[in-house]
Ligand binder design. Structure first.
Ligand SMILES: NC(=O)c1ccc[n+]([C@@H]2O[C@H](COP(=O)([O-])OP(=O)(O)OC[C@H]3O[C@@H](n4cnc5c(N)ncnc54)[C@H](OP(=O)(O)O)[C@@H]3O)[C@@H](O)[C@H]2O)c1
Length: 157
């Protein structure tokens, strides 16, 4: 559905570049000043979350208490044209992290998005976490699937 993602972004009040500008959760987590936690924040070169063996190896090495999944294919418009890459990064990757977190007995935090909703709810009603998901973009659909993939795992928060 070309163009749909832009429409959803307008509904949620994003400017075209805002989604990216507010991004980089990984770096912001890493740069938290005075954090009482040690943060290990591998980038994609250091850990590709779509490769199960690498995920297991890194978690075994780091022994984290909590895994925060900041990795995703987040270019909303590009998601429309790259379904396989989107599925790997946004569904299979989080599933790998959730399964490995369960194996190593640590908690995993997965970040969702308002793109799982259609944006059609009557204004000024806000969306709530338990509202029915009805994504209308490839990105939103992949994030909905990612939620479903990790939700049932005992490790996931
Ligand atoms: N930004 C927002 O406004 C917003 C709003 C709601 C929810 N979220 C969610 O918040 C989370 C973090 O988003 P963000 O804004 O920080 O995204 P971001 O700035 O686009 O960063 C995503 C990161 O994921 C990495 N990545 C992609 N595929 C990977 C893979 N297979 N293995 C390892 N790393 C991979 C990317 O690496 P490369 O740079 O190498 O591609 C990039 O560093 C995502 O789940 C997103 O859906 C974001």
């Amino acid at each position: 559905m070309p163009g749909t993602s832009r429409a959803v972004r307008r509904r949620f009040g994003y400017a075209d570049s805002a989604h990216r500008k507010q991004g980089d959760a990984r770096k912001r987590l890493q740069d938290r000043p005075g954090s009482e936690f040690e943060v290990v924040a591998p980038d994609r070169k250091e850990l590709d979350i779509t490769v199960w063996d690498r995920v297991v190896e890194r978690l075994n090495h780091i022994s984290p208490q909590v895994v925060v999944n900041c990795a995703a294919f987040t270019d909303v418009d590009a998601c429309e044209d790259h379904p396989l890459a989107v599925r790997k990064a946004n569904v299979e990757g989080p599933r790998n992290l959730a399964q490995a977190s369960a194996r190593f007995n640590c908690k995993m935090i997965h970040i969702s998005t308002d793109y799982v909703f259609s944006g059609q709810k009557s204004i000024p009603q806000p969306y709530f976490e338990d509202d029915a998901m009805e994504p209308i973009s490839a990105y939103g659909r992949s994030k909905m699937e990612s939620e479903m993939a990790v939700r049932t795992m005992p490790s996931t928060m």
